[in-house]
Design a protein around this ligand. Structure first.
Ligand code: ACO
Length: 355
């Protein structure tokens, strides 16, 4: 029996494959490097959904219309965002959608993009910005979030990010989405459940804390001592380590390249690189044999920060990209018409024997 399900195969999927030893991620038959930064998010969604969602011939237009329709349902929920964090706000918005009208693959992805932007604004007391169906998904999310024009290189940066996180094997949130889908609860419920799992700091809630860590380190002269002290105190270095990857997470490289393409963003990337190199040395010394390396969250933090996204908005944006994967897994799983129902081993007390 494996507590934590390490190495247990719980599903067959044609969607993505993570090779943790080689540091390779295959999405819908393509290496990540062939998609991220090369194929628009909408086209990556169409590739991922091939055979699962019919008639996605013009994905950019279809997703644009989906954002507009979703906004009609989400906008009235805006006042309820007060007092919530953005990820709580996104959860509230998506959970508030009526299954009967919105339980559809493209609407779920459209709604996730709109909800991410609305949640970031609404939790700061700012009014929502309506979507523009003609825009690309990435450019529109950034514009709705900032209420300011978005440059082509910024839109490209977010697009690369959304494609990079679109799917990633049977990670915790995808497994959660599949469990919910296996009960035939519907696409929207699977997405909300996926978001709840993603929210935790051991999964998708880490990129904000990566920036907090960089801020706390302050300068490269301080890095070695700061990182060493953190590990000695028993803390985890945010943006490092992964359950599956035993080498560098390939998503880290793709995102690092995307940050490099953003012009005029100061020297945080140089600082981040220096901290990364120091952290790897410290981890090697303090955690020998553990094979800890940089994960997706490290350069996510640098990229989204460079795009002007507040750090509490990082997890909602992760969810906006990953929703396409959750939807695909939900459909793949629900087609099996078989509930996921593992066993537990009882270690509690037994009733006393009758005399
Ligand atoms: N910093 C310091 N030590 C670490 C780190 C880290 N980031 N990650 C793991 N370790 C250590 C553990 O303390 C443990 O050491 P020990 O054996 O001396 O106790 C050893 O490495 C193995 O750790 P596990 O907990 O078995 O690793 P697991 O596979 O369960 O955890 C996880 C993976 C949750 C990602 C972990 O590496 C972590 O907490 N990282 C920091 C948070 C983070 O970056 N999360 C984002 C992950 S990417 C994603 O989900 C999208």
């Amino acid at each position: 029996m494996t507590i934590g399900l390490d190495d247990v195969i719980a599903a067959e999927t044609a969607l993505s494959h993570v090779d943790g030893e080689a540091g390779r991620l295959i999405i819908a038959g393509h290496d990540l490097e062939a998609l991220a930064g090369r194929v628009a998010f909408e086209d990556a969604v169409a590739l991922l959904w091939e055979g699962l969602v019919p008639d996605l011939v013009h994905p950019r237009a279809v997703l644009g219309q989906a954002r507009e329709r979703a906004y009609g349902y989400l906008e009235p929920l805006g006042p309820q965002l007060a007092g919530l964090t953005p990820v709580e706000g996104m959860r509230m918005l998506l959970a508030g959608l009526p299954d009967a009208e919105v339980d559809h693959p493209t609407l779920a992805v459209g709604a996730a993009g709109v909800a991410a932007a609305m949640a970031v604004r609404g939790t700061q007391g700012l009014a929502p910005v309506a979507p523009d169906a003609r825009s690309s998904h990435a450019a529109d999310i950034l514009r709705m979030m900032r209420d300011a024009p978005v440059s082509d290189d910024e839109a490209q940066g977010l697009d690369t990010y959304l494609v990079t996180v679109i799917d990633h094997g049977l990670n915790a949130s995808t497994f959660t989405a599949r469990v919910v889908a296996s009960t035939q609860a519907g696409i929207l419920s699977s997405v909300v459940a996926g978001l709840c799992a993603l929210k935790g700091p051991l999964h998708g809630g880490a990129p904000g804390p990566v920036l907090d860590m960089l801020d706390a380190i302050g300068s490269i002269d301080n890095a070695a001592a700061w990182l060493d002290d953190a590990i000695v105190r028993g803390e985890r270095l945010m943006g490092f380590g992964h359950r599956i990857y035993r080498v560098r997470d390939p998503r880290a490289d793709v995102l690092k390249a995307a940050v490099g393409r953003l012009k005029g963003r100061g020297n945080r990337i140089a600082f981040a690189e220096a901290v990364e190199a120091t952290a790897l040395k410290v981890l090697e010394r303090r955690k020998p044999g553990r094979r800890l390396d940089t994960n997706v969250e490290f350069y996510t933090a640098i990229l989204l920060d460079a795009l002007g996204v507040p750090r509490e908005g990082f997890t909602p944006l992760f969810a906006a990209g990953r929703t396409a994967g959750w939807v695909a897994h939900a459909i793949e799983q629900s087609r099996l018409r078989r509930i996921i129902r593992p066993q537990s081993r009882y270690v509690g007390a037994w009733p006393a024997q009758a005399a």
